[in-house]
Design a protein around this ligand. Structure first.
Ligand code: EPZ
Length: 425
């Protein structure tokens, strides 16, 4: 697995272009299964999770071709309804294919998903939604078998606002006869983006981003040309990087509204943040002041996908910070690696207390998951001396050309290629 070699101490100056959102692209790639026509997704970054979803679409019989950064997907030739273990285990988003394959072919046989090792990540809410809409669901021998012959629009009340389950049911319902209302859905911007994409293909969905999503089933979806929203987690990561390293960074193709909770916290650290329509500028001078407390919640609460990066920031802030993770029960694995760099962090019952240090030190550390790895990179950029971050393949799942973008801003970071590639299964 590749490594990053980082020499700490440089300030960051310049502009960075934010890529399309990974967590919008992944459900939309699954949604293409519903469309037996050509879909063009513009400016698609080659996140490794996107490449894994493309492998699944090709396995099902879809034609998927790159033309530069644009991705042409044609699911007219879909002839299979199964996603085997070796493909499903690479990404969490393989489970997002369950609804679309069932709606498209009338049945599905999908193995259990993979994804970052941040908790148990059950799929009970996905399966309950399929059953509520009339599907027969059997879990056997490591596979989920779905019979969708009796697919029927119906109300579904999500007991928890799960992002993936909301997306799965939206896609299943978009081709189910009648009206489906999804109560207590996730309200993340990526859900709104999925509605925008499916409606662009002729679906009749409304209410995404609110607490009820209405879906009028349609017989057929047609192709479309689509550009996903900017990646709010990549944008947040670069904003935190600037807060840590000092300097001035302009984020192009970044939507401030998607990161309101982060911006509010960064303004407490004495960062100056200027926002235009699709541009954010962060200015940071001197050691950041501790931001106080963050508690991760479903949107519009503080995003769990920025929790690790905020632990990195807290490690060098002047003062104490409290970080509470409510979404995933094992999403503090990066703390062990931060301690190797001299961070002063105490953990108790899912609560993390960070006493910021004036100085942390370079070390050999290992990415524990996608966002934990990104947090280690940020610490390497400010640490005294040099840092090696291992298992960079985990970071490649959700950041494209991460080290190149940081280097262009002045960060002293380079990738060391290691031949051995290991699947994340
Ligand atoms: C999506 O994961 C994102 N991944 C995650 O981003 C993100 O952290 C998460 O939403 C929360 O915002 C993608 O979109 C590909 P959930 P997902 O279902 O859909 C529990 C990243 O770093 N739950 O909202 O898996 C679950 O265990 C990744 O980009 C059930 O109990 O998240 C967790 O505690 C990491 N049963 C909570 O809900 C279910 O059936 C939130 O999960 C489903 C979920």
């Amino acid at each position: 697995m590749d490594e990053f070699f980082i020499v700490g101490g440089n300030k960051l100056f310049g502009s960075v272009n934010i890529d399309g959102a990974k967590n919008s692209l992944l459900p939309i790639l699954a949604g293409c299964i519903l469309v037996d026509d050509e879909v063009l997704l513009k400016s698609v970054p080659r996140y490794s999770d996107v490449l894994a979803m493309i492998e699944i679409l090709r396995h099902l019989g879809a034609k998927v071709e790159w033309q530069g950064q644009d991705l042409y997907i044609n699911c007219r030739g879909i002839c299979a309804c199964d996603v085997p273990l070796e493909l499903a285990c690479k990404v969490r988003s393989s489970i997002f294919t369950l609804g679309p394959i069932t709606a498209r072919t009338g049945k599905a046989k999908v193995s259990y998903p993979g994804g970052c090792d941040i908790g148990l990540r059950p799929i009970d809410l996905h399966l309950a939604g399929l059953k509520q809409l009339g599907c027969k669901v059997i879990e056997k021998n490591g596979y989920i078998y779905v019979d969708g012959q009796k697919l029927q629009a119906r109300d579904y009340m999500l007991p928890f606002a799960s992002v993936g389950a909301s997306e799965n049911i939206m896609m299943l319902a978009s081709c189910a006869r009648g009206q489906t209302r999804i109560f207590n859905p996730a309200r993340e911007p990526e859900i709104v983006d999925l509605e925008r994409f499916l409606n662009g293909c002729g679906a009749k969905i409304s209410g995404a981003g609110s607490n009820v999503i209405m879906v009028e089933g349609v017989k057929k979806l047609h192709g479309c040309e689509f550009s996903v929203m900017p990646d709010r987690i990549e944008a947040g990561t670069f904003m935190i990087a600037c807060a840590m390293c000092e300097g001035e960074v302009e984020l192009k193709n970044a939507i401030a509204k998607d990161n309101e909770s982060l911006i509010a916290k960064l303004q407490k650290t004495a960062c100056k943040i200027y926002c235009d329509r699709d541009r954010i500028v962060v200015k940071s001078k001197g050691r950041p002041i501790a931001f106080g407390e963050i508690e991760t919640e479903v949107y519009p609460g503080f995003p769990t996908d920025l929790q690790a990066q905020m632990c990195a920031l807290a490690s060098i802030c002047d003062g104490y910070s409290l970080i509470i993770e409510n979404l995933f029960e094992s999403r503090f694995k990066h703390i062990g690696e931060l301690l190797k760099m001299g961070a002063d962090i105490k953990m108790k019952n899912g609560v993390c207390v960070v006493h910021g240090k004036e100085k942390i030190y370079g070390a050999e550390v290992t990415s524990t998951d996608l966002r934990g790895g990104a947090g280690l990179v940020l610490c390497g950029l400010v640490a005294e001396g040099y840092t090696t971050v291992r298992k960079v393949d985990l970071i490649d799942r959700g950041y494209f050309k991460f080290e190149e973008k940081l280097r262009a801003l002045g960060g002293d970071i380079k990738r060391i290629k290691c031949e051995k590639k290991v699947d994340n299964c």
